[in-house]
Design a binder for this molecule. Sequence first.
Ligand SMILES: [Zn+2]
Length: 221
Amino acid sequence: MYIIMLGAPGSGKGTIGTEICKHYNLTHLATGDIFREEIKNQTELGKEAEKYISQGKLVPDEITIKLVEKQLDELDGAVLDGFPRTIEQASALDSYLNSKGKAITAVIDLNVPDEDLVVRTSSRVICSNKTCRAAYNTKFMPSKVEGVCDVCGSALIRRADDVPEIIRNRLKVYHEETEQLINYYREKELLEPIDINIYSETTREDTTAKTFNAIDKRIAE
Ligand SMILES: [Zn+2]
């Protein structure tokens, strides 16, 4: 089973991806982690990727595709997070899976209204103590005492780029990047849009349930 995760920064893509892995016994493949691991191990592809990353450039599709395929070779199924990012990557993934007699099960598209993401992301705070790093949200998951970490008592800080203007810009970039990919998978009838209400008391449970339903429906087909 192969699931692709789409969702804007802050949509909870990583969290829901992890839940899917636990429930269906799959491996979480996040492109960022793969890059870090390959660079750490100084593999041939890792060294190639590092050349681009160290210059602040995007790793070319060709290298990214090879890295992901290398990981997929060792797995029976996966939840893909951060890949594919372009139509070229999507079509390479199709050919790869096809050559193995496999196919994508579903593309989960987590939909959170942009302004809700701006509210939630701009109220994120983390513990300033580097060995603690506990995460809070002043609106949705506040610490017991404002500005103080529940775990270690250190001050809570906001990331410098978690301000509305920068968040809105990140979302704009995300939508521009992803629009084509969403159309590509919609045309292939693989897209499963999941609407998320971040103001519900049970957001995480609701989203997980909706996602599992969508996947189960696909498996039953
Ligand atoms: Zn702390």
